[in-house]
Write a protein that binds this ligand. Structure first.
Ligand code: ADP
Length: 317
């Protein structure tokens, strides 16, 4: 039992074992390719975000997840607890969730998820919320659970960060219970299915603060009526798996630690960039000291290209 007097982030979401194979490129439909050796890593959007928040430090990190009774569950639990996450397990009779991942030599990935136990995280499984300042969720667990948890947190005055991934349309009732929405460009396109620039679509999500992550370009946030541009940090990516999860976990940790959105965005973007420089999911997530050292020395791309890409023009922000 952790220290309930300290502000904490609670991640409610998925935990998977990632079965990863490198290949020259992502195979097309119907195609079989020979790849490299199989590697099995602890992953899942929820667990990755929990590890990212815990490694970012400054706050306590808790996670609730549904796991099977198998070796994959032990792999996941060990990774979470050794990162400093206080883990609350809901036991499921299904297999622990698994993801089949192909990573290309260009660092792109293609992922198929078998949810398994994650599908058993139910609306009644929310743990006590004492000391929780931010609840962080994704969409790899059942939608009715995400909605029930978001409403319960909202009722208690706890802030809700929803990473609306994987991409899907969402009910207005859920968006109404969310304080901060984080999506990538595809997910934004699914949520706001209209023509228009990124900036215009950010204004139509139904959530007052929305962040879109844009890979090697960086990220853009709409906070009320204002936009904040966060250009990417310059790195040479080898594997983009978990960049978005690292971004979300570090963003939540920063906000829970008292940073404002622009300052938390900068740390999140730096952590996301670092995560692309190593293979794997949780193994690629930086620790606080590494993140601080990187921020002190790293080069950030300029804002003009990002502003133009988002439809904000070079003079925005
Ligand atoms: P997702 O994996 O969910 O699609 P992104 O690819 O947008 O998420 O990555 C999340 C964040 O990580 C980006 O907003 C950016 O800050 C950082 N990032 C990702 N790829 C790169 C890259 N190639 N160079 C620098 N930063 C990156």
């Amino acid at each position: 039992m952790g220290d309930r007097s300290k502000p904490s982030v609670l991640i409610a979401g998925s935990a998977n074992a990632d079965f990863v194979v490198r290949a020259a490129r992502i195979p097309a439909a119907g195609e079989t390719m020979l790849g490299g050796d199989l590697a099995i890593f602890p992953g899942g959007k929820g667990a990755n975000q929990a590890v990212a928040a815990a490694r970012a430090g400054g706050i306590a990190t808790r996670m609730v997840a549904a796991l099977g009774d198998d070796d994959l569950a032990r792999l996941i639990a060990t990774s979470l607890t050794s990162a400093g996450v206080e883990l609350d397990v809901r036991c499921s009779s299904r297999s622990t969730g698994a993801a089949l991942i192909t990573v290309s030599d260009e660092g792109e990935n293609a992922i198929t998820v078998a949810p398994g136990a994650n599908a058993d995280l139910g609306p009644d499984d929310l743990p006590d919320l004492d000391g929780v300042s931010w609840l962080v969720m994704q969409l790899e667990t059942p939608l009715d659970t995400v909605l029930a948890f978001a409403r319960a947190a909202r009722d208690r005055g706890i802030k809700v960060l929803l990473n609306a991934a994987p991409a899907r349309a969402l009910p207005a009732a859920l968006l109404a219970a969310v304080d901060l929405l984080v999506v990538n460009e595809d997910e934004l396109g699914t949520l706001v299915d209209t023509e228009g620039s990124i900036a215009e679509r950010l204004a139509r999500t139904g959530v007052a603060t929305t962040v879109v992550t844009l890979g090697g370009r960086g990220a853009c946030a709409r906070i009320g009526e204002d936009y904040v541009l966060q250009p990417a940090f310059a790195v040479t990516p080898v594997d983009t798996t978990a960049a978005g999860d690292t971004f979300c976990g570090v963003l939540a940790a920063g906000l829970a630690d008292g940073l404002d959105v622009p300052a938390a965005l900068a740390r999140a973007a730096a952590a996301g960039a670092l995560a692309t420089t190593k293979a794997g999911a949780q193994s690629s997530i930086p620790a606080r000291a590494e993140l601080n050292a990187f921020i002190a020395t790293a080069h950030q791309h300029g804002q003009d290209d990002l502003a133009a890409y988002c439809g904000l023009g070079p003079a925005a922000n």
